[in-house]
Design a protein around this ligand. Structure first.
Ligand code: SF4
Length: 363
């Protein structure tokens, strides 16, 4: 299949690996931001094929993993009320809340429905006018346009039984926070191609210049990832910073102006509370005041939530790249995909799940 097969071609991958080996003269530490890229790296054994000294650190770009526990606890509290339907992407269902998961709540009778798009959640609201329907609007810049569109459409139709419980984050403030940390060891980034498809990469150019790091937007197939790593290493070895776009078949410098406009119309920038990491200033999105009737948090008066994280879970250290998952003492013991203590063990983009499934295997 065009645009897939050639990016999974093992001969091309081997050639790029050889170029990486020929280019490296010293150790480098590179972070891939996105959990989708982490899964591709670990699934294909890329981290184990790289030359000694080239180290990949897994970043915080797993939307399910960074959704704060109090949002999940709020969702559980709201959906337990009579006449309420929660629509959510499927990978939120097994994420541990303080006391239970959405999946357990569903099996106990709560009306939790899996959808593939917020527009499906709108349909549920249209078909169930006697119910309150709320959508768990989580994610990064990739999900924000769809979530914004659903709000605009609900406002247009005056669909007052629809709302969103919003937990939206943006990647660049997290990169700045990582690079500003005294403990930072990241020298270059692989940026998430799908995020850049929406946002473009002008903000990444500013980060690259400000912190003197190379940033390379790339895709998710093995050849994409290896090409991105090669480009970061070439830039590091030659002392260059800024952005080089390795995902030109999808990403443009300016991104998608229509998507950016709808996000800006519906959301405003606010501080973001990342699960396991804490507050990163100006890293989140919240609904603008004019859309308050569609804001689940304003619609439902949920009493103070006191989230209760497992003391064993080191997901914050995993998400900040301070440790790899197997260095968490609970990894594979108290915490497995069947009995997860933290979101990174259940999410399709979580680093702990990737290590549990694939680490040690080279395809
Ligand atoms: S292995 Fe489990 S307990 Fe440890 S950091 Fe990952 S999700 Fe948390």
């Amino acid at each position: 299949m065009k645009f897939i097969d050639e990016y999974r071609d093992s001969d091309r991958a081997r050639n790029i690996l050889k170029k990486i080996e020929d280019t490296v003269t010293k150790p480098w530490t590179i972070m891939e931001i996105c959990g989708g890229q982490t899964h591709s790296i670990v699934r294909n054994g890329i981290d184990q094929l790289l030359p000694d000294g080239v180290r990949l650190i897994h970043g915080p770009g797993c939307p399910v993993c960074v959704t704060p526990l109090d949002i999940l606890d709020r969702a559980l509290s709201i959906v337990s009320k009579p006449g309420v339907i929660l629509a959510s992407f499927g990978d939120m269902l097994r994420v541990p809340g303080s006391r239970e998961t959405l999946s357990v709540a569903k099996s106990g009778g709560a009306d939790v429905r899996v959808v593939f798009s917020p527009l499906e959640a709108l349909n549920i609201a249209r078909e169930n006018p006697q119910h309150e329907v709320f959508f768990l609007a989580i994610g990064f810049e990739t999900t924000a346009p769809g979530n914004a569109m659903a709000i605009k459409q609900a406002a247009r139709e005056n669909l007052r039984n629809f709302s969103e419980l919003v937990s939206q984050f943006m990647v660049p403030p997290a990169m700045r926070a990582i690079l500003s940390s005294e403990k930072n060891m990241i020298q270059g980034f692989l940026a998430a191609g799908h995020v850049c498809t929406v946002t473009g990469y002008e903000e990444y150019e500013r980060i690259g210049e400000e912190f003197h790091v190379p940033i390379v937007p790339t895709g998710f197939e093995p050849v994409d990832i290896l090409s991105g790593i090669l480009r970061v290493i070439e830039m590091l070895e030659s002392g260059r910073s800024g952005v080089h776009n390795e995902y030109g078949r999808v990403v443009s410098r300016e991104g998608n102006p229509v998507a950016k406009k709808v996000v800006d119309e519906v959301f405003h920038v606010a501080d973001g509370h990342w699960r396991g990491i804490g507050v990163i200033p100006q890293s989140g999105l919240q609904l603008r005041d004019e859309f308050a009737p569609f804001d689940t948090q304003k619609k439902f008066n949920v009493a103070d939530i006191q989230p209760d994280e497992s003391p064993l879970c080191r997901s914050g250290d995993v998400l900040r790249g301070m440790i790899t998952p197997e260095r968490c003492e609970a990894f594979g013991k108290e915490c497995t995909p069947l009995k997860p203590l933290g979101a990174p063990m259940v999410s399709a983009e979580g680093a702990c799940a990737a290590y549990y499934k694939y680490h040690g295997k080279v395809l």
